[in-house]
Design a protein around this ligand. Structure first.
Ligand code: RUQ
Ligand code: CUA
Length: 659
């Protein structure tokens, strides 16, 4: 039998495919299933908070199972529960440029006390319209979003100091400060464009954020950052690229120089300068949105001023450490002594020693200045280099046992190396093209260790094909032994970037189960069915409605007219865990509400045609959930149908008379 060339090619392809699959599968440890299996009804060991990338949200997974537990809406509207659609949550997404329904969410930071995760809050960045959010880890809810002035692409954010004194946010794009206009060419870039490092102060008790001050740096791209800890407490380190200061074709122009910088900022000094009145007030405008737990409502505040510090004037505020080559990750080890700079285009990983850095400043071991900021000699701050680690190093995390784990995008692997002697100890492939990696607590003084998770950029053949867009992927490895061991793949939402993980023990018992209805201070609350009513104020109709298994009160409403603004204020009267009620009305141009027990939420509906509009509970809440429904009659504009409402056959007029 003669084989056609086409068949031969197909056979060859099959062989390649099966070889690949074999090697992929054999990379999994034999007992992997047992080590990631969480039996039905059992809890996971860790919460894993994973950035949602271009979904704008944060996803919560259990580890080691990889099970998706929740999608937390943060920077994007979320029709599933009405976030960004309800009247109460719309203000959360207000910015100086209006209501913005989406963002790109990259990095997460769990709040810390003494350099350890304390389980209070989770901070998240918005990359595109520069903002930082604070999520409360009792209710798993976005409580606060603050906009950043003078920023253009909030990538280097949010990163925390050891006691959550500050959330740090560096801008990726340099921009003319004060949102000024500028011609776009390299000369104008050098002259007008600045990068800023924002220090967001965090209130110790409430977690409330305020932009304490901004350091205005020369034009370049800040990429990632880490706070010092222990001996380096009081310092902050940013990686930068495009120190060439190009405004166009960065792919080529920002890769010219052998070395860019790690920007070291002395934030304790910055505090002193602010206290001494050395900061300049700059007029600006940015939004600060807070969700109030008492009335379940968000409000926006507009702030018109920011304090700025100029490192060209304040000479001991900022120092630059040369770092090869377009560094991405900039990571500080648990001891606070070593700073790892991962140059995307570098063939080695430089590790800097904090003590040497301090000594270099004392000795004035400078090689010159960059835009008026002293540049330390590379060798003077260098602890050593990891030689031939892999291709395209991006990020490094630590296990607290003296080992570092670096992700390599180009060579698609995780490499384990020793901080002390900079020797490569182990390497494992990732499937495929890893971006960030995360060791639980790997950015703190006391890593939990045990696992490293790879968050991959490309998924290809790992899951069943789902058209051109495939699930994004995370992979869980054991780091308990000398050799890393692949245990599990699990798909993620959006594109995963950075993540955090915390032992379940630290969070699970503080979880809010419902809101106390007696403490509900919403202006339109109906704290019981007796308090339900419908009120007209001009063309606004306010429906004070309650939901309880298994009816809505009132469930018949008449006297609404075309063009009225109807506000359904739904109070969920339940005082029990896991009993939300939903609310939707036919033809409303908005998402449903999902109202938590004890909470009040508002859906706005402007009917455009007369008719009868059914409404119902969307969440299957009891055996009679399907009975949880009602009608609103809408009459033509100017109609003389009186406003009335019925519940269980009782006419509102009678109910009102009886009161
Ligand atoms: S980044 S893949 Cu947006 Cu954190 Cu490194
Ligand atoms: Cu309430 Cu279904």
């Amino acid at each position: 039998m003669k084989l056609s060339p086409l068949l031969l090619a197909a056979a060859a392809a099959l062989t390649v495919q099966s070889c690949k699959m074999k090697s992929t599968e054999s990379a999994v440890g034999g007992d992997a299933a047992a080590r990631t299996y969480v039996a039905p009804g059992k809890y996971d060991e860790l919460y894993n908070f994973v950035s949602g990338g271009f979904s704008g949200q944060v996803a919560v997974y259990g580890l080691p199972s990889g099970r998706l537990l929740k999608v937390l809406p943060v920077f994007s509207v979320n029709p599933e529960n009405g976030y960004g659609y309800s009247e109460e949550t719309k203000p959360m997404l207000n910015t100086s440029h209006g209501f913005v329904p989406w963002d790109d969410q990259h990095h997460l930071a769990l709040s810390q006390t003494n350099g350890e995760h304390d389980g209070r809050w989770l901070f998240a960045n918005a990359n595109n319209s520069p903002r930082v959010a604070r999520i409360d880890l009792k209710a798993f809810k976005t409580m606060e979003i603050i906009e950043l002035p003078n920023s253009g692409g909030n990538h280097s954010s949010p990163f925390l100091t050891e006691n959550t004194e500050y959330v740090i946010a560096g801008t990726r794009f340099s921009v003319p400060v004060g949102n000024a206009e500028s011609p776009l060419d390299n000369a104008s870039y050098k002259k007008n464009f600045k990068s800023t490092a924002s220090f967001i102060g965090i209130d110790k008790n409430s977690g409330h954020m305020n932009v304490a001050f901004q350091i205005i740096l020369p034009g370049m791209d800040l990429d990632l950052s880490r706070a010092g800890k222990g001996p380096s407490h009081g310092w902050f380190f940013f990686s930068t690229y495009n120190t060439e200061q190009a405004s166009t074709l960065l792919e080529v122009n920002a890769s010219q120089k052998d070395k860019d910088f790690i920007v070291a900022v002395n934030w304790k000094k910055a505090e002193e300068y602010v206290k001494a009145g050395k900061a300049k007030k700059m007029a600006t405008e940015y939004y600060h949105n807070t969700f109030n737990e008492e009335n379940h409502t968000a409000t926006s505040e507009i702030i018109k001023e920011v304090l700025t510090l100029d490192p060209e004037e304040l000479k001991d505020l900022v120092y630059l450490i040369p770092c090869p080559k377009s560094p991405h990750g900039c990571d500080v080890d648990p001891s606070g002594e070593y700073i790892v700079g991962s140059g995307k285009l570098a063939a080695l990983i430089p590790v800097f020693a904090f003590q040497k850095f301090v000594k270099a400043i004392e000795d004035k071991a400078f090689e010159g200045e960059y835009n008026g900021i002293p540049v330390i000699k590379y060798e003077a701050a260098l602890h050593g280099e990891v030689q031939k680690p892999g291709l395209g190093p991006l990020h490094t995390e630590f296990d607290g046992k003296g080992n570092a784990y670096t992700s390599f995008f180009v060579s698609s692997e995780i490499v384990k190396w020793s901080i002390k002697d900079l020797k490569v100890l182990d390497r494992v492939p990732t499937y495929y093209s890893i971006g960030h990696l995360m060791v639980p607590g790997g950015d703190t003084r006391k890593p939990y260790g045990k696992y490293v998770v790879a968050y991959n950029k490309i998924t290809k053949d790992r899951y069943l094909p789902t058209g051109p867009e495939l699930a994004q992927s995370a992979q869980l490895y054991s780091i308990e032994g000398d050799k890393m061991q692949l245990l599990l793949d699990f798909p993620t939402i959006g594109e995963p970037h950075y993540a955090q993980a915390i032992p379940a023990e630290k969070l699970k018992d503080q979880s809010v189960k419902f809101f106390d209805i007696a403490k509900n201070k919403h202006p339109y609350v109906a704290a019981g069915e007796k308090a339900t009513k419908v009120e007209r104020k001009g063309n606004q109709v306010h429906v004070y409605m309650t939901a309880i298994r298994s009816h809505l009160t009132p469930d018949n409403i008449e006297g609404v007219q075309v063009g009225d603004e109807v506000y359904f204020h739904i109070t969920n009267l339940e005082q029990d865990w896991d009993i939300p009620h939903g609310f939707a009305i036919k033809h409303a141009a908005t998402a449903e509400l999902l109202v938590m027990p004890g909470e009040t939420s508002t859906l706005k509906f402007v009917p455009t045609q007369p008719g009868v509009y059914p409404f119902y509970c969307t969440d299957f809440c009891s055996a009679l959930h399907q009975e949880m429904q009602g009608y609103m009659r809408v009459s033509p504009k100017g109609s003389n149908v009186p406003l009335k409402w019925h519940t269980g056959g009782t006419d509102s007029t009678a109910a009102v008379a009886a009161k």
